[in-house]
Design a protein around this ligand. Structure first.
Ligand SMILES: Cc1cc2nc3c(=O)[nH]c(=O)nc-3n(C[C@H](O)[C@H](O)[C@H](O)COP(=O)(O)OP(=O)(O)OC[C@H]3O[C@@H](n4cnc5c(N)ncnc54)[C@H](O)[C@@H]3O)c2cc1C
Length: 434
């Protein structure tokens, strides 16, 4: 294999989370030289709760099971539980980085504050570090994560209690003796509402729509390890899985949850066994959307109202790449429009990792993104004809990545893909580059 160590072939990787680490490991495998930059004190991305930008909370555990989440080349050990805590997950990333010799390739506590092309054609890129230092690279891999910039709702009126976004939530101590309203019933919202049950004076959960709830265990096994042996047509799979879930999780509407306005898998499902349990025990009151507030009183769209001391907004995140001018990222609407959500049609040496969401994609799915990037970079030097064909694909192909599902048209579903379809598509392009 040709060694790509001439200086102009050096790449910058921004972030040492699951995606940045995957890129670093693969770049080493492919002899692609790089420097990694991480603003936090260690590897692990948001799973390192000591990273000031981490958005995990004390009670956070994996939502997907360890069997479907870890990297295939470094499975999570038997000693780990099915759904490890954030601490165990962080340790796993430290071990991954140690095992593959990645630590020495990253500068920690080093934030990249600016990324810009050195010339009009963007043949090379200049990155600026927080201390003002600048460095030039043949290309940049952005792996800075998607769960960092809160999407903060605006409530009509003048709520006089506390409002905290889930990004800043760390521990249920926050709720001690308070009347808590959690807004948003995604995975974090449901986790946090359950946390609050044990500390708060009262807990309510406000949701604009109904969700499909998937219990963590089905037939005594982690839910995401079941199925897949037989590939069912999509509508049949949706019907059968919905039926199995009703069998196991029961009918969430019975305990006050609204009926979902979408079929299973058309919106990211909520994996939580406890929120239905607590709603059924009256520990969590289910409320519709907020219509207005006044002082500590909150009115809901069904006309009901109550007083709260604290609103916990589990209302998700916005994509944000503050270190680069949006014009370099092909933003259209709410997100950058990139080939396979990775490759920039305008700048072929600027790559995005991790800007993808899917049920069950795990870190292996993100690792495969990095593999494709590495294969493309290597092909440019070793197999220019293959790289050229891939370049043509970047400009012309528009592979469908939804597996036939009609995802709800919401901002947060903009870069949602069907896991199997996405991985198969990545593999098909990878095969053409190798
Ligand atoms: C509570 C919670 C639970 C989750 N559960 C699951 C789950 O069960 N399964 C699953 O697959 N996913 C889950 N996720 C999604 C999670 O985003 C991914 O698991 C994974 O962390 C994404 O990896 P990443 O490398 O893209 O981003 P991150 O983990 O966010 O890492 C990005 C890194 O880049 C660094 N960085 C950012 N900007 C800069 C800069 N300018 N300069 C230098 N460094 C920078 C950050 O400090 C960070 O370390 C969960 C997320 C949350 C918040």
């Amino acid at each position: 294999m040709t060694n790509l160590t001439h200086s102009e072939a050096k790449y910058a990787i921004i972030g040492a989370g699951p995606c940045g680490l995957a890129a670093a490991k693969i770049f080493l495998d492919y002899n692609i030289p790089f420097d990694g930059y991480e603003s936090g004190p260690d590897v692990g991305g948001l799973w390192d709760i000591n990273n000031p930008d981490s958005t995990v909370y004390e009670s956070a555990h994996l939502i997907s099971s360890k069997f479907t989440t870890g990297y295939s080349c470094f499975p999570m050990p038997d000693s780990m539980p099915d759904y490890p805590s954030h601490r165990e997950v962080w340790k796993y990333f430290c071990q991954f980085a140690q095992h593959f010799g990645l630590y020495s390739h990253f500068s920690f506590l080093t934030r990249v504050v600016r990324v810009q092309p050195n010339d009009e054609q963007a043949q090379t890129w200049q990155i600026t570090l927080q201390n003002g230092e600048t460095r030039s690279y043949a290309g940049v891999i952005i792996a800075s994560g998607t769960f960092h910039t809160p999407s903060m709702p605006r409530f009509e009126g003048n709520f006089s209690g506390e409002i905290v976004h889930s990004a800043a939530y760390k521990s249920a101590d926050l709720f001690a003796n308070k009347r808590v309203l959690v807004v948003g019933a995604g995975n974090s919202g449901c986790d946090i509402a359950v946390d609050a049950v044990y500390r708060a004076q009262s807990v309510a959960l406000s949701m604009r729509r109904g969700y499909h709830f998937i219990p963590k265990y089905v037939f005594g096994k982690p839910a995401d390890t079941l199925g897949g042996l037989v590939r069912l047509p999509r509508p049949l799979k949706q019907r059968i899985d919905e039926w199995i879930l009703r069998l196991f999780a029961g009918d969430a509407q019975r305990v006050g949850f609204p009926k979902p306005d979408h079929k299973l898998y058309e919106l990211h499902p909520v994996v939580n066994s406890l929120v239905i349990y607590h709603a059924g025990h009256g520990d969590i009151a289910i409320k519709p959307a907020i219509s207005r507030t006044e002082g500590k009183r909150v009115w809901f769209s069904d006309g009901s109202n109550d007083e709260y001391d604290l609103i916990l907004a589990a209302t998700g995140y916005q994509l944000n790449y503050p270190f680069i001018d949006p014009k370099y990222l092909c933003w259209r609407g709410t997100y950058p429009q990139l080939f396979l959500h990775i490759f920039n049609p305008q700048y072929r040496n600027l790559f995005m990792l991790g800007m993808v969401e899917a049920t069950g994609l795990g870190w292996q799915g993100r690792y495969e993104q990095a593999q494709l990037v590495a294969a493309y970079i290597r092909a440019k030097i070793q197999y220019p004809d293959r790289a050229q064909r891939f370049d043509h694909a970047i400009s012309h192909d528009q592979p469908k990545l939804n597996g036939g599902y009609r995802y709800m048209s919401l901002d947060r579903m903009a870069f949602y893909v069907h896991k199997d379809t996405y991985r198969q598509t990545i593999k098909a392009y990878l095969d053409k580059l190798l």
